[in-house]
Design a protein around this ligand. Sequence first.
Ligand code: GAL
Length: 351
Amino acid sequence: MRGSFKKIKSLILVSITGLLSLGGCMPLSITDTSLASAKNQMRVGVVLYNAADPFVMNIADSITRYAEEEQELSQGKIIIDVLDSKNDQQLQNTQIDELIKQKYDAIAINIVDRAESANVIDKVKEAKIPVVFFNREPVPQDMNKWDQVYYIGAHAAEAGEMQGQILLDAITGGMKIDRNGDGIIQYVMLEGEPGHQDSILRSYHSIKVLEDAAIKTENLAMDTAMWQRGEAKDKILEWIEQFENHIEVILSNNDEMALGAIEALEARGYFKDNKSIPVIGVDGLTQALQAIKDDKMLGTVLNNADAQGKAIFGKLYNLSTGAQSQIVLDYENDGKYLWIPHKIITKEAIN
Ligand code: GAL
């Protein structure tokens, strides 16, 4: 086995009978990728841009959890190999090449660099292996290169709008956010990776909600912390130094960075003696929910990893076997794109 193909998780589920029951459906030969069906098994690859990313790992865990559930229901043999591309597109390319060479039935791809999508699609199209992109969305032009290319994710703009809504609700609900009383909300923005749809659209739409509600805002600073807690902590420490007490809100493109911001605030004596700055994130990580309960975070937006994993598994099953998974999927779906809705989470929603 080549180094680049090191599996981080392999789920090999063998039923007692060894038969793949397709839930009453009979389409074993419908797809030309039914190699798996012919062998009474499905074998798919899930390629992660970076297994060190907690949100992405939540999606991977969900995929394997639903595979186990399906396994119980259909008593087939389901093989899911989860690969970590370690934030390296070249490594990811070799992993995808290997999955193609080994004739996997379908591949779910969390691409490292969205600009590489076109090349990847050309390869899988040539090999006739369907792909499901997730979490990192290729541009429509690339998505339209082949009809066996799918995307499962959440509308990036919606997450930003909900972040803006959390802040707006707090302001209209009487929370004293405009601490210096100048009629303007001074904020800093922690951004995810440059070029990522979630960085661009969450940043833009969160602020747009306030502007549309005639709330004046002033951006004190805005920079990438690459989705990471440690980088975000350093940024916020720097900004606290630079702007002293002028920061009135910290908006973060995700929870990991929001948690980094909270660590920085704690290190500078915040959350004591009524000294605090509202922090808003996205994802709904367990630690973020705890921070909300502890009044260290104003709110977050649920980016539903469980539902995304469920939908990805359902699609992989369908593409591999030609049958529908027995796990019910009830989401907005036009055949090519499947969207999982976000949800606002504030303290009231948790209690
Ligand atoms: C976003 C998520 C981030 C990060 C990123 C990776 O949807 O909110 O936390 O995981 O995806 O692509």
